[in-house]
Design a protein around this ligand. Sequence first.
Ligand SMILES: Nc1ncnc2c1ncn2[C@@H]1O[C@H](COP(=O)(O)OP(=O)(O)O)[C@@H](O)[C@H]1O
Ligand SMILES: [Mg+2]
Length: 235
Amino acid sequence: MTLIVEKLKKSYREPDGKILRILDIPSFSVAQGEQMLLVGPSGCGKTTLLHVIAGISRPDSGVIRIDGVDVVRLSEAARDRFRAAKIGYVFQTFNLLPAFTALENVLLGMTFARNRRDRKRAGELLERVGLQHRRTHKPAALSVGEQQRVAVARALANRPSLILADEPTANVDRANQQHIVDLIRTTCREERVTLVMVTHAMEVAEQFERVDRLDVLNRVARTAPQAEEAEEAVA
Ligand SMILES: Nc1ncnc2c1ncn2[C@@H]1O[C@H](COP(=O)(O)OP(=O)(O)O)[C@@H](O)[C@H]1O
Ligand SMILES: [Mg+2]
């Protein structure tokens, strides 16, 4: 899966009607099977960018080509289907369903459309993340590191071609941080999945060959602090 982003702009309208510019990215691309880490300080638009790539929210303008399909131009229903079929998402806060076991949470990452929910694959994925002995545990009975490992297994459940990982180590203790990143990178490599991970934690960069700075890619982030300083100077 190749990802191409071009002339991407995203802004929010504030309650007073002012336009709040968040993203203005001329271009970047990620090749099939490549693993890209995007680093940048809190507030520079990392989550917004992943939401736009995943089709969770719409940009103002621009192109997001995933395997030749410009997802920006798809209808909302088609975008939801595309996301379900092609994209796995690892959330900073895991987003596991508390009433379900580890195995059931992984099964819930599979769509009905592809084939019947595949218990064998769900079990294999839990084994791959080292949790075969915890498959009947609900999230409250798992450590946070284990919960994030279940979330990684769930993101892979539907055989996506792209994984988007939003600060997957932010809520995990230090001992588990490197392990989670290794786990995501290794499983993506084994499954030939393209990976885009974002983080504000610079130490994660040591584990990646390709590291890009979102505050450099993004023209808004480069000018925003100056604007804030100017406002302070006036105030
Ligand atoms: N729904 C929204 N409405 C207005 N501003 C938002 C909204 N969501 C995020 N923002 C703002 O957009 C900026 C980027 O947010 P985000 O993408 O979450 O940053 P990051 O993930 O890099 O910390 C922040 O300044 C945030 O306050
Ligand atoms: Mg974020």
